[in-house]
Design a protein around this ligand. Structure first.
Ligand code: ADP
Ligand code: MG
Length: 496
């Protein structure tokens, strides 16, 4: 959407300019500046919309590049931007799982613990309880033992409160699904070597170690009778959790702070897979698609943000479509407009100059503003950036947010389509001939309606109305916790 100035506005700019030249009248000058700036911010907006446009040919080009990367990543480790990590999950929940299982989700500043009593096909989830514990800041910089002891003691504390409908058969060890959202080189369903900490963690002594061993040892130190049965990525947990309720789930996508996707792959389509084949003939592949980078419609603002990031040149798809970055891209565009066109008056607002000061929830809230003068936008700009704005500047801001959210949603949609098409290419009729479900989770997908709509639009446009009718894109809220517990059940040492 572009904004054009009405003839009246143009007239007022010229007449006020000459007024300004004649005599300083502050109030008039303020008005004049903001209308003249609004007019001249339009070319920056138009260029932005052009640079990040995602018409069908661009989406197809990106999608095909992703398919090539997927295949190269399945061919050999290190073969492409997409790692296509083997999850070692080749038995998905069926609904028959029974018993008491625990899950632990460690992925950010909190960890969540959960227990679930599974009752099989008829009773399904008999009861579930969870707790969230925040991780003291100093532990993010401490030793591996300190961190895992803290987590294990949280778990022990939680396990102590077990009772009521939760029931562990005599003499059994409790089993845990461990969702660990940091890069690991998984070596089996219940082991994985930490490659490196991310997201602000700098714990010493864990890199190169098996995180399952670290947790099992810490639980032993706490005298907690529990062991890890499954180590799972959060995307894989989401797929498992959604699959428990719906056999048609084939793909899971996280769109939150970061982004990732996984899907059910045939083992004979994975050349790099050596060793024992799964009995089901299928396994979940974690694409780590955030690292994808080919052919994306990037702008100068994306390039600058990447260059100044802690991981330049990495996670480019993630930086284009995920929640951590959308607000920051918009902020960079607004700074340029403020500098070049005085969008917000004489100076570039100081608060707005702070990286990441404008967050994705802010741009989402601004896009919901339907009031005539965009009052919500005005107050967000005031609160977040300390900016006074007039209604035409606010309209420009909304258009910037829309351009960035639109590109993000449509590119995410293209990625989903290409995963589905890849599955269909390898095994005709398995995806498009029937109902197929894509399980979605993450705060960005959950809370940003325009983003969701753009994503769905791209899927429909790329697949056409007939095929897309059978593709169900469904929110699977917090499925990964229960998914991890279910995978602990599926891989239980007691069978199931
Ligand atoms: P995480 O990805 O860190 O595990 P979530 O799935 O809860 O956590 O996602 C949180 C992210 O979702 C935030 O970083 C933010 O980018 C995005 N988000 C949260 N609320 C909103 C909102 N109202 N509108 C748009 N994006 C949101
Ligand atoms: Mg998460």
């Amino acid at each position: 959407m572009s904004v054009t100035a009405s003839p009246a506005a143009v007239r007022s700019i010229y007449s006020s300019r000459s007024a300004r030249d004649r005599a300083p009248r502050p109030r008039v000058v303020m008005t004049v500046r903001s209308s003249s700036t609004t007019l001249s911010a339009v070319p920056i907006l138009t260029k932005l919309q052009r640079d990040c446009a995602t018409p069908l040919p661009v989406l197809r080009h990106v999608a095909d590049a992703m398919a090539a990367d997927m295949r190269a990543g399945l061919e050999a480790d290190g073969g492409s931007d997409l790692k296509m990590i083997l999850s070692y999950v080749d038995a998905l929940p069926t609904g028959n799982e029974k018993g008491l299982f625990y899950a632990l989700d460690l992925g950010g500043t909190n960890f969540r613990v959960l227990r679930v009593q599974l009752g099989g096909k008829d009773e399904r989830v008999v009861a579930t309880e969870f707790e969230q514990v925040s991780i003291p800041h100093e532990l993010m910089f401490g030793t591996s033992e300190e961190l895992f002891d803290f987590i294990a003691s949280g778990l022990a504390n939680f396990a102590q409160k077990e009772g009521g409908k939760f029931n562990l058969p005599q003499g059994r060890t409790r089993e845990l699904g461990f969702t660990f959202s940091f890069p690991v080189k998984q070596t089996s369903i219940d082991s994985g070597i930490l490659i490196k900490w991310t997201k602000g963690f700098a714990v010493s002594g864990t890199a190169g170690k098996d995180v399952v061993v670290c947790l099992n040892e810490a639980m032993k130190r706490q005298e907690l009778n529990m062991r890890v049965s499954a180590l799972v990525n959060d995307t894989v947990g989401t797929l498992a959790g959604a699959r428990y309720w719906d056999d048609d789930v084939m793909v899971a996508v996280i769109l939150g702070t970061g982004t990732n996707a996984c899907y059910v792959e045939r083992v004979d389509a994975i050349p790099k897979l050596h060793g024992p084949n799964s009995t089901s003939g299928r396994t979940i592949v974690n694409t780590e698609w955030g690292a994808f980078s080919s052919g994306l419609p990037l702008t100068e603002f994306d390039r600058e943000m990447d260059a100044e990031s802690i991981n330049p040149g990495e996670q480019i798809f993630e930086k284009t479509i995920s929640g951590m970055y959308l607000g920051e891209i918009v902020r960079r565009v607004l700074i340029r407009m403020a500098e070049d066109t005085r969008l917000f008056g004489d100076s570039v607002p100081e608060k707005l100059q702070m990286p990441f000061s404008l967050r994705t929830p802010d741009i989402c809230a601004m896009q919901q503003d339907c009031s005539r003068d965009f009052e919500i936008v005005g107050s967000i700009l005031y609160n977040v950036a300390g900016v006074n704005s007039n209604s035409s500047a606010r309209k420009i801001v909304i258009d910037v947010c829309d351009a960035i959210a639109k590109r993000g949603g449509r590119l995410a949609g293209a990625g989903i389509v290409r995963i589905l098409q890849k599955m269909e290419e390898d095994s005709k009729g398995t995806v498009f001939g029937k109902r197929t479900v894509v399980a979605m989770d993450g705060g960005l997908y959950e809370h940003y309606p325009q983003y969701r709509r753009y994503l769905q639009d791209a899927v429909t446009e790329l697949l056409g109305p007939e095929i897309s009718k059978n593709i169900v894109i469904e929110h699977s809220k917090d499925g990964s916790g229960i998914g991890a517990a279910l995978l602990a059940a599926t891989n239980s040492m007691y069978g199931h």
